[in-house]
Design a protein around this ligand. Structure first.
Ligand SMILES: Nc1ncnc2c1ncn2[C@@H]1O[C@H](COP(=O)(O)OP(=O)(O)OP(=O)(O)O)[C@@H](O)[C@H]1O
Ligand SMILES: [Mg+2]
Length: 443
């Protein structure tokens, strides 16, 4: 408290106070308290933003699997993590991790990378873009291998990494010769592989996997991408079936999503009640990205209002923010499918699909007899179902029988749920002429 200094300042400098001294003291106290409050809020904001990180994957070293420690940010995925580390460390199998956007593929890969590094594997990473070809992927991986440079002298070949690579574009047949000169066991982590547009690049990666396996080289690929099948990522190569472990990333269970919020609340010093956690879990529907986004925005809304306890109004502010922040492609698809929320029957179809019963990969059954359709266990108008299907908001899941469907864009499911809450709020609390319709405006 700066109060004594403030008092003595006035006593020493001014004989007669120009204003009521009592009032000055009380103002000083108020200012002090306000400043302290402001500092606390600022530090809580920073902690909150460090805790809930929807814009970035969890980094490996921060993750503490199987731990009850509150700092552990990574929730669930024990089964997948064990499968992948066993495949890499024990079976010497390459791994493909696939699943919808925002499910935690990169975070899981980071966790695995941290674990295999402890088992003295080196890890090199490359994140693909639409223009990545085989040469770019492999050179990108080489450039992420600084430790290997020092390992090269073992073979008497220490003139540098660049000298190992031919100046012409790399081909699968070049790689065994290059890798056999390197001294350590290596994981080649290739993320966002779905973005590679060139079919030949996928085939070249599959050929390289086959070569490494046949030669028993300690070089293993961990390929990650948005897809609902490994074949869609790597292509159909019967020759690599046996040497690749396929790991689908399911939705998180609601209890895990609630735990993400609970641990984050403890870590950030905010109070998310049980009903706030349940509300976030209902809306996230197993997608950790959405759980993190809603928690962050709800926390920020509470702190904006000088509170550390999350209220219903904070959740609504978070829902509104998340709906506005949705990917423009998802927003456009939603507007197209619902005729900008004017097609009530199409909205019902989307809501049935988003809120009805789904399997752990977010897929649902649809049985249609023309007039009516059973979507995810809920009856909707059959022609509206066709309209939603025709605009491409929902698609059939390839190779899984005639009845299995999923949202074309993973986050469309969440947008439907978020907009449903916002629209129901508009009905419960219609906009008064004087109040700002903050919750009700569309972006
Ligand atoms: N198991 C988990 N526990 C808690 N949070 C998680 C978990 N997995 C992922 N997240 C969070 O979810 C968000 C998305 O994770 P991540 O980027 O790893 O997903 P992704 O599947 O790689 O997404 P994309 O398909 O967009 O690349 C991040 O904010 C991350 O912190
Ligand atoms: Mg990712």
């Amino acid at each position: 408290m700066r109060l004594p200094t403030f008092q003595s300042f006035f006593r020493s400098k001014i004989d007669l106070p120009l204003v009521d001294e009592e009032q000055l003291i009380s103002e000083a106290v108020t200012l002090d308290v306000e400043a302290e409050h402001h500092r606390t809020l600022l530090s809580l904001r920073r902690r909150l933003a460090d805790t809930f990180t929807p814009t970035r994957p969890l980094p490996g070293p921060r993750v503490e699997l199987f731990s009850n420690d509150n700092r552990a940010a990574f929730i669930g995925r024990e089964v997948e993590c064990l499968r992948i580390t066993r495949a890499l460390l024990e079976d010497q199998s390459h791994v493909v991790i696939f699943g919808e956007r925002g499910r935690g593929k990169t975070s899981l890969a980071n966790l695995v990378a941290a674990q295999v590094q402890e088992a003295s594997f080196d890890v090199a990473r490359y994140v693909c873009s639409t223009t990545s070809n085989f040469d770019a992927v492999m050179r990108g991986l080489f450039h992420d291998m600084p430790r290997w440079l020092t390992g090269l002298s073992r073979t008497g070949y220490d003139t540098g990494l660049a000298s190992l690579l031919p100046s012409r574009p790399l081909q699968p047949s070049d790689l065994p010769l290059i890798f056999e000169r390197l001294s350590s066991k290596v994981i080649l982590l290739v993320d966002e592989f779905d973005r590679v547009a060139d079919e030949d690049t996928r085939t070249a990666v599959a050929d390289t996997i086959k070569q490494f396996s046949d030669l028993g080289m300690p070089v293993l690929f961990m390929i990650i991408g948005v897809s609902d099948s490994p074949e869609a990522l790597l292509g159909r190569h019967p020759s690599i079936q046996r040497c690749v472990t396929r790991v689908a990333l399911p939705l998180l269970k609601p209890a895990h999503v609630r735990k993400i919020v609970e641990r984050g609340a403890a870590q950030s010093g905010l109070n998310f009640s049980a009903s706030a956690r349940t509300c976030i879990a209902e809306l996230a529907r197993g997608v950790p990205y959405m759980a993190q986004l809603l928690s962050l925005r709800a926390g920020q809304a509470a702190l904006d209002n000088g509170r550390t306890t999350i209220l219903g109004s904070d959740l609504l502010a978070a829902i509104e923010a998340a709906a506005i922040e949705a990917d423009p492609r998802v927003l456009a698809l939603y507007d197209l499918a619902t005729n900008t929320e004017c097609d009530a029957a199409a909205l019902s179809v989307l809501r049935a699909a988003a809120a009805g019963s789904q399997d752990e990969l977010g897929r649902f059954q649809v049985v249609s007899n023309g007039r009516f359709a059973q979507v995810a266990g809920l009856q909707v108008d059959g022609t509206a179902w066709q309209r939603v299907l025709n605009v491409g908001a929902i698609r059939h899941v390839r190779g899984e029988g005639p009845d299995l469907f999923t949202f074309t864009e993973a986050m469309l499911m969440q947008l439907v749920l978020l907009r449903t809450v916002l629209l129901s709020q508009a009905v419960v609390h219609p906009v008064s002429v004087n109040s700002a319709p903050a919750l009700l405006t569309r972006p």
